[in-house]
Design a protein around this ligand. Structure first.
Ligand code: HEM
Length: 529
């Protein structure tokens, strides 16, 4: 009989001690595993009594796997099982997912301020120091940036001031599209839209068309696109130590922080070149002007931060980078999805064109026309519903404990508003996976703008909603009207609209996985450009 076999005879305690010391590593590991396993088995019922339902978390990792692939879709599936308010553990970070319009309404009505924080994380902490408006913690710095954006950058007055340059950009880009389609064959629609929208923004940021089709313009566009592609890829990486703090040494070893910091430096260098900031600051300090109408750089150069200090170079460049990055891909994604859906639904395309031809006829589209196009607006709402550009929104983090649906959540709880699940809720939208613009022309009106509606929230909600929404809700329908009024789109030979791949990828936005390659020929109205 071995020393540890205690049946009948008293145990040899000294021998026990020796074995324990010898095998300390193995014993400790066994205890940790046993504890994790017990938590895994019983945690769901005992430890989570006061939490909303949700899938059982794995030891250590929790439910991180639920965020892989297309997280908006896997979370929607889970919400069918666990409900509109679902609890997940991301490593050791508590997290809730809201998949119901009613619960979103309660959240934004009651605790908007508490949930207006962003979680930061390794990427933003190293790339921007969380000083940019998108990643900034809720507090005086963020409030000041938002206040300047709302009162100076995205006002109706400024949007009106750039009416002419918008029209010029759209006209120039459409002409370029015809040439490209005729000389080079099918055009990647997303890339074309991306360039147009970037130029539309560069015209308000620096008063210039920055991404031209000449050699320099092409090189600048390539440099900027490569940099944003790197940024998007890194922003989408799951850094385990963001969820499990024990892994911080590994993150350090992988030099993740260094590589995000380098991306930040590269972005700043590109933005500095684009804005010609050194020269602009010199002019500003000397009290001289560029002689052109005031642009975003002028506004930021004369702005002050929450502590009264003037905007430093970094904050100017970060603000403009945020606007450029957040504003182009999301809008290009939305317009591309709209055109794809219209190609797949010729009856809807016919109705939009009839409306355009009757309201606009044989002249250029005007911004005022947008108020007289109920069908086009319904088409756009249906695209925002079916293909939200940011299906999970941007993550929020609670700055204080808060209550929702009778549960109490601690400060630090991460929140995802699953737009995808809300927009595909069959109780609100029968046949939720079908493209049916008519649904927005019947029954009670559902609007995107205004906090009263939570059934269609592509721009998020509350005080931390999309900062560029005033521009997006003008530019997207306007550009769409111009495209549908003046361009005849056709697919490359042998391709049928019904066979188009309709899958989306998930990243900073959710574009079509396979870009739409398209021929573009002038419709009658194109002679006007
Ligand atoms: C289809 C177009 C767009 C969609 C669907 C969209 C969607 C969103 C969403 C869902 C958020 C997060 C809101 C939240 O947390 O509740 C957001 C934030 C933001 N958006 Fe947009 N966006 C679009 C266009 C634009 C444009 C055109 C700009 C600028 C020109 C812009 C700039 C921003 C910025 C800077 C933020 C961060 C705001 C903050 O954290 O305070 N977006 N957007």
């Amino acid at each position: 009989m071995g020393v540890l076999e205690c049946s009948g005879a008293p145990c040899d305690l000294a021998a026990w001690k020796d074995v324990l010391v010898e095998n300390f590593g193995k014993v400790a590991l066994t205890v940790v595993f046993a504890a994790c396993f017990a938590k895994y088995l019983f945690g769901a019922t005992v430890g989570r009594r006061k939490l909303p339902p949700g899938p059982t978390p794995w030891p250590l990792l929790g439910n991180i796997a639920s965020l892989s692939g297309l997280p908006h879709r896997s979370l929607e599936k889970l919400s069918k099982q666990y409900g509109g308010l679902m609890y997940l553990a991301l490593g050791s970070v508590p997290c809730i997912v809201i998949s119901s319009a009613e619960i979103a309404r309660e959240l934004f009505k009651n605790v908007d301020m508490i949930i207006s924080n962003r979680p930061g994380g390794c990427f933003f902490e190293n790339m921007t120091g969380c000083r940019n408006v998108t990643a900034a913690r809720y507090g005086p710095h963020w409030r000041k940036l938002r206040m300047i954006a709302a009162s100076e950058l995205f006002t109706q007055k400024r949007l009106d001031a750039y009416k002419k340059s918008r029209l010029t950009e759209i006209g120039t880009s459409i002409k370029e599209l015809f040439v490209q389609s005729e000389t080079q064959g099918p055009v990647d629609l997303h890339m074309w839209l991306h360039r147009l929208l970037s130029n539309n923004l560069s015209r308000v940021i620096i008063n210039e068309r920055y991404f031209g089709t000449d050699e320099k313009g092409m090189a600048d566009a390539l440099e900027f696109n490569n940099c944003t592609a790197l940024m998007f890829a890194q922003a989408g990486e799951v850094v385990v130590s963001d969820f499990i703090p024990w892994f911080a040494p590994l993150t350090k070893l992988q030099r993740k922080g260094d590589s995000y910091h380098r991306t930040g430096q590269l972005t700043m260098a590109i933005m500095r070149k684009m804005t010609n900031l050194d020269e602009r600051r010199k002019l500003h300090t000397e009290g001289r002007s560029t002689g052109k109408q005031e642009d975003f750089v002028d506004v930021l150069l004369r702005s002050t931060l929450a502590d009264g200090a003037p905007f430093d170079d970094e904050i100017i460049l970060l603000t403009l980078m945020d606007i450029l990055v957040a504003g182009t891909d999301t809008s290009a994604t939305t317009i591309e999805w709209t055109i794809v859906e219209l190609l797949r639904h010729p009856e809807c395309m016919r109705k939009v064109r009839e409306e355009l031809d009757s309201v606009v006829g044989n002249r250029l589209v005007k911004e005022e026309d947008l108020d007289n196009m109920p069908y086009l607006n319904a088409v756009l709402k249906e695209t925002f519903r079916l293909h939200p550009a940011t299906p999970l929104g941007l993550p929020r983090e609670a700055s204080q404990p808060f209550q929702l649906q009778g549960y109490t959540f601690p400060a630090g709880t991460r929140l995802f508003i699953n737009q995808w699940a809300i927009h595909h809720d069959p109780a609100i939208y029968p046949d939720p996976y079908e493209f049916k613009p008519e649904r927005f022309l019947e029954g009670a009106e559902i609007n995107i703008v205004g906090d009263s509606q939570y059934q269609l929230i592509p721009f998020g909600s509350g005080r931390r909603n999309c900062l560029g929404m005033p521009m997006a809700v003008l530019v997207i329908p306007l550009l769409l009207c111009h495209c549908l009024h003046s361009i005849d789109f056709s697919l490359p030979k042998g391709q049928e609209p019904k066979d188009l791949d309709m899958s989306e990828s998930f990243g900073v936005s959710a574009p079509k996985t396979q870009p739409l390659m398209i021929y573009a020929k002038p419709r009658a109205a194109a002679a006007l450009y």
